[in-house]
Design a protein around this ligand. Structure first.
Ligand code: NAD
Length: 332
């Protein structure tokens, strides 16, 4: 069947990377991710073990994140990884593609570009945590990290509270212009600050770096702060000091990932935090956990990034692409 043919049982829908920007807004990603975290906590949705391998070619890391959501019937995987030489070829270093399958038949259903979706679903996760865990009167947003993801993070976060100012710190100060430009785009003043100043001013802190040593230290963090630690998604990475987690109430997307590849891996390893002290954010969304219980409480969201987030936004992208007539279909 041709590209414009009617959908048949054997047709695969293709949503190219270039169409995603016109289909998925931060709010659409937010709704999909919030529903997914809720389904995970109800045990209606679960992630399969993550595969991530150094393939011994082109310095690449390659892997799969996959899962199944019985509520939405999203079944599939995100395949991809990191190719450090891509930039020199005019390509994005991170490459990902989502493949969705029919949960009733196992037949492949859709192929969806996953690069922009990854940024949108990651930003949606920290925004969900801000909605459910930050103080209602939060005014200052602190950003640690000024890489590719940081702009998406800031755009999604500002929709959740009446922020009046953004402060930022980055290990490579020459990258801070990204934060300033994004804040300006959002109509917010921006100030580049030290980590001490960032902690003293911020009501909400998002960290999104590739660091292997903590940037934010315990002494930097004032009572009442909500921290969304979003960069640590691999064994050995770390953005915030373990004692912060020991005195905070700790939430995550998925506990299994939090304690192995997330920010909590370090506090778990030094014995200052136990697995039982970590709560899935879905429990707060579902009303099974109170979330923040006092204005002085420090809350941490350990956002490790789960396959179900990718499937959720990809599923919506397919539906919207079909509704808007921008999806291609091929017999398979
Ligand atoms: P990027 O390469 O564009 O930016 C990297 C950022 O990390 C920059 O701000 C850089 O200055 C900072 N950095 C580098 N070395 C540092 C160090 N030693 N100490 C402190 N900061 C340092 O990357 P990106 O696309 O913005 O992604 C940032 C991180 O987020 C990556 O580690 C990535 O794996 C992670 N990530 C997580 C999820 C998730 O779901 N949790 C999703 C996507 C990306």
């Amino acid at each position: 069947m041709g590209l414009d043919g009617a959908m048949t049982d054997s047709a695969v829908t293709i949503v190219p990377e270039g169409e995603i920007a016109g289909l998925i807004t931060p709010q659409i990603a937010f709704d999909a991710v919030e529903a997914t975290f809720a389904a995970m906590s109800r045990k209606s949705a679960y992630n399969f073990p993550v595969i991530r391998e150094s393939i011994g070619h082109a310095d690449a890391l390659y892997g799969f994140k996959s899962g199944f959501d019985r509520d939405s019937l999203a079944l599939g995987l995100k395949s991809g990884g990191y190719w450090p030489g891509n930039e020199a070829k005019g390509l994005t270093n991170h490459q990902s593609t989502v493949i969705l399958f029919d949960a009733d038949t196992g037949k492949v259903k859709a192929l969806v570009g996953g690069n922009l979706l990854t940024a949108l679903r990651t930003a949606a996760a920290s925004a969900v945590s801000i909605k459910h865990l930050a103080r209602e009167d939060a005014k200052v947003l602190g950003m640690i990290g000024a890489g590719h993801q940081s702009a998406f993070q800031m755009r999604a976060a500002v929709a959740q509270r009446n922020f009046e100012k953004v402060v930022g710190w980055n290990y490579h100060p020459e990258m801070l212009s990204r934060l300033e430009d994004t804040a300006t785009e959002l109509g917010l003043p921006f100030e580049a600050v030290s980590l001490e100043e960032l902690g003293a001013q911020s009501d909400v802190i998002i960290s999104i770096t590739s660091s292997f040593a903590p940037s934010l230290l315990d002494a930097h963090v004032k009572p009442g702060t909500h921290i969304a630690a979003m960069g640590t998604d691999t064994k050995g990475k770390q953005e915030i000091d373990a004692p912060i987690l020991a005195r905070a109430t700790v939430f995550t997307d998925e506990i299994a990932q939090s304690i192995t590849i997330g920010e909590a891996q370090h506090a778990i390893a030094d014995g200052s935090l136990t697995e039982g002290q970590i709560t899935e954010i879905g429990a707060v969304i579902n009303g099974d956990h109170a979330g923040r219980t006092s204005a002085d409480e420090i809350t941490v969201f350990d956002g490790t990034g789960v396959g179900l987030q990718d499937l959720a936004v990809a599923r919506v992208a397919v539906d919207l692409a079909q509704a808007k007539g921008v999806a291609s279909k091929v017999d398979f």
